[in-house]
Design a protein around this ligand. Structure first.
Ligand code: SF4
Ligand code: SF4
Length: 709
């Protein structure tokens, strides 16, 4: 990609073991704190937040006018900056005409976006960041690597070394000592600055109020001490009313840092007076720069407009598996992390966004954790598509997207293919020809497809009105056929008429690599076939969470919400979620064997998280008497076929993501691992050497009274 060598950057980042460890520990801690703080939010409240964000964007023109009138009425400067350059010009002009020399700044990604510091320094101004993290990255000559924690990539040892190298001050690697030093260092800067620059968490159009949410108090000093305050705020941050603002204000600290309330919430009403150093009050000059820089044209883009709803809480960073090992300097441009990819597209164009979009593995965890439910994976796949259409798709991505034809060929030629694919010569050829890492152990292909094996098994049961259409997806169809057979057996045992409609693979790999036209064709085919049965009262069930994730969430995005797509989505169930419903309604046959004393570890696949909050597999393991430990590090790193890609394009990152999970499994002393995703299974088996089983195999054996695993 233009100007970047992503593979070299990845390989460098993966050498930095201490950074990986710091990021992993901090992100996991932030994720857990955030989840606890957000636990009280109901689906209804979150839906209301989404509506507020949508309504704010829909009424932007009206809000801009309202804000402008309000600010001008109060004698404040208002400037609508079409571009980053315009915004910088305006600030430089205000500073020059008022004889400004020293400028203090509060943390603002919007000023990073327009590279304001660079411009101000080039014009001869002294610019000092005052948020601790921003101050550190400024001192290091770096960019922020996280939306709310800009220096999260630096360890305390690196920080004390940085201060010693740049300022000649030797400090212990102790956060308290560093904070004490920086506080004293900055105090004089605040008192002597001529201008303060901030961003804004949002602006309330009805009163012209700027709202700043901070934890360090520097925002108050930046806005209250210098004689001029300039705020630069993206136009999407405008909300119409205080009622809307308060609802966002309530969720923001919870989703950002797991706090019920931020330490400081500063509301600046235009033209308000602030205390002066001599004990009186002074009216400070205030300017608001409302920045477009691509936002208003993104508003017209049916896919990318979704990014404008972002409230910049950063929760998506904490769960993103690739961000967690690579950090924001690799997984980013100026904006970083999951939301950074569409935001880079909006503010810095397709090429820059596509420069790190390949690091997204479509796990969907960002979407699942986002309080606004922003669909990052779809926007990122669309960016890959737009880039691929303009510049061509990568060979390896094309081949892996079309994996179903490769799998079909291998299945048709098994057992010969199984023998050949196990040889080092074949692995070398696959690496050279397709780009599959030679260290990947390819699965064993079944000589017969699941449909062939089910011949004579799917017999109608006239006495039952329970009807299920089984969507197998490629792995159960060609490789893990035992999972397909067990699924059918368990459903039949519970009195279901099971049919297997004609079907193709779910299309997830095509979606992942941005080959959206191919994904759409598969989606159209599958929806048409499944709808045949849904319209006759069948439910769709799959033992592969990704298949249901596609039917429920991806297909409606690809095909639009037609009646057929909608009904298929609504009637599609992941197998264990479906069995749990039966259990809860007293319809499940409970005559199965218990395995008391058996120890297992459970890994929850990313796409399962979207399908149910109830952890149905864990409930079944408990019913089976299995002592199952839930190890929750998030994604296992496989990302479908992505973890098979050669070296630093996939395999190495995938391995680094899997590391904590692998270590925990190895230490667990469990007899085996349970997971319901066939590709998580491959990943965990290859890195732990432990046996990994699909839970339906356990339930099937339990019904048959057989030993496990
Ligand atoms: S889909 Fe997964 S890998 Fe992609 S940006 Fe979101 S969290 Fe990261
Ligand atoms: S995309 Fe969602 S989770 Fe990520 S920063 Fe924006 S609002 Fe927060």
């Amino acid at each position: 990609m233009k100007g970047r060598n992503l593979i070299a950057e990845v390989s460098e980042a993966l050498k930095n073991k201490s950074q990986i460890e710091n990021l992993r520990t901090s992100m996991l801690c932030m994720r857990d704190k955030r989840d606890a703080a957000m636990a009280g939010y109901s689906e209804k409240e979150l839906a209301e937040l989404r509506n507020i964000r949508q309504a704010s964007l829909s009424s932007l023109n009206e809000s801009i006018k309202m804000l402008k009138d309000k600010l001008e009425e109060n004698g404040c400067g208002f400037y609508f900056a079409k571009t980053a350059k315009d915004a910088c010009e305006y600030v430089v002009n205000v500073a020059k005409t008022r004889g400004v020399k020293r400028i203090v700044k509060a943390k603002s990604m919007t000023t990073e976006e327009i590279e304001l510091n660079k411009r101000l320094v080039a014009e001869g101004f002294e610019v000092i960041e005052t948020d601790l993290g921003e101050w550190l990255v400024q001192l290091a000559g770096q960019k922020p690597s996280h939306l709310t924690a800009p220096a999260i990539h630096l360890s305390r040892y690196e920080i004390s070394k940085l201060i010693e190298d740049r300022l000649g001050v030797r400090l212990p690697a102790d956060p308290k000592e560093v904070t004490k030093f920086v506080r004293a260092f900055l105090r004089e800067k605040f008192l002597t600055a001529d201008m303060g620059i901030t961003g804004g968490n949002f602006v309330v159009a009805e009163t012209g109020s700027l709202v700043l949410v901070t934890n360090e108090g520097n925002g108050r000093l930046v806005t209250a001490l210098p004689r001029i305050h300039v705020a630069i705020v993206g136009v999407e941050k405008l909300v119409r009313t205080w009622e809307d603002a308060l609802k966002i204000l309530n969720v923001l600290p919870k989703s950002a840092t797991g706090q019920n309330m931020a330490t400081y919430v500063t509301i600046l009403n235009s033209g308000s007076e602030t205390p002066s150093l001599d004990g009186g009050f002074v009216e400070r000059e205030f300017h608001l720069v409302l920045l477009d820089n691509g936002r208003l044209s993104a508003l017209q883009d049916t896919v990318m407009s979704e990014a404008l709803k972002c409230i910049r809480c950063s929760a998506c960073f904490n769960v993103c598996p690739t961000y967690r090992v690579l950090g924001g300097h690799v997984f980013g441009y100026i904006y970083s992390g999951p939301t950074g990819i569409p935001w880079t597209y909006i503010s810095h164009g397709l090429e820059n966004a596509a420069s790190y979009a390949p690091l997204c593995i479509s796990c969907g965890l960002c979407r699942e954790t986002c309080p606004i439910g922003i669909d990052m994976p779809t926007m990122i796949s669309e960016i890959k598509r737009r880039y691929g259409e303009r510049n061509g798709y990568r060979w390896v991505d094309r081949r892996l997207a079309g994996y179903e034809s490769l799998v079909k060929l291998a299945s048709n030629t098994a057992p010969v293919s199984n023998f050949l694919l196990g040889t080092s010569m074949a692995k070398w050829i696959l690496e050279k020809l397709i780009g599959i890492d030679r260290r990947v152990n390819l699965p064993k292909f079944s000589g017969k497809t699941l449909r062939e094996l089910l011949d004579g098994v799917l017999v109608p049961r006239a006495e039952s009105d329970r009807k299920v259409a089984y969507f197998a997806d490629s792995m159960a169809y060609y490789i893990d056929v035992d999972v397909g057979l067990a699924t059918v057996n368990v459903l039949q045992k519970n009195g279901f008429n099971v049919v297997m409609p004609p079907q193709k693979g779910s299309g997830m790999p095509s979606f992942l690599y941005g080959l959206l036209d191919d994904a759409k064709k598969l989606a159209e085919y599958n929806v048409k076939q499944m709808y045949e049965y849904v319209s006759k009262g069948y439910d769709i069930v799959s033992a592969e969470p990704t298949a249901i994730y596609c039917l429920r969430f991806v297909y409606p995005k690809l095909l639009g919400t037609t009646k057929e797509v909608q009904e298929v989505a609504e009637r599609s169930y992941e197998l264990f979620g479906y069995l749990l419903r039966m259990l809860e309604s007293g319809m499940l046959d409970l005559s199965f064997k218990r395995y008391n004393g058996v120890k297992a570890v459970y890994h929850l696949p990313c796409h399962s998280r979207h399908l149910s909050k109830d952890r149905p597999v864990l409930k079944f393991l408990e019913m089976l008497g299995i002592d199952a430990e839930f190890i929750d590090y998030g994604c296992c790193g496989m990302g479908g076929t992505w973890g098979m890609k050669k070296g630093y394009e996939g395999y190495e990152i995938s391995k680094a993501i899997a590391e904590p999970l692998v270590m925990a499994i190895s230490k667990s002393g469990a007899d085996f691992v349970v997971t319901e995703c066939s590709l998580c299974k491959m990943q965990i088996e290859r890195f732990t050497g432990k046996k990994v089983v699909h839970p339906i195999l356990l339930l099937d054996k339990a019904y048959k009274g057989l030993p496990i695993p």
